[in-house]
Design a protein. Sequence first.
Length: 111
Amino acid sequence: MKKGKNLLKIIEEMRKFDSQLEAQAIAVFFYVGVYGGKEGIKMQTIADETGIAQSSISRNANKLSEINRQKRTGIGLLQIFPDPIERRRRLVRLTAKGRRVFQTLSELVFE
C-alpha cells in the first residue's frame, strides 16, 4: 500500500505547481524526465509512445514550460525548442528546475 501512497504524494507535489494540473501533464513530465535527456525528445515521439494525441502533448508541455500559451510565466519544468534538423518539429527537455523536481519525485517511485 505504501507505493500507492507515494503515487498520491507525487500527484500532490505536482499539483503544488498548479492545482488544476491534469494526469496527462504529469505523464508528459515523467516521460520527458525518463526519455528526454539533454538533447530533448520530439513531441510526436511522446504522442506515439503514450497514445496521447499530439495536440494534448503540445498543450500539456506548454502548461509545464517556462512560458505558457498565454505568453505568461509558466511552471518552468520543461523547455520547448525547435529541432535543429527539422525546424517544424518541437523538442522538449527538462529545465534545471524540472530535473530537480524529477529527481525528488523519482525517489518516491523507487522508495
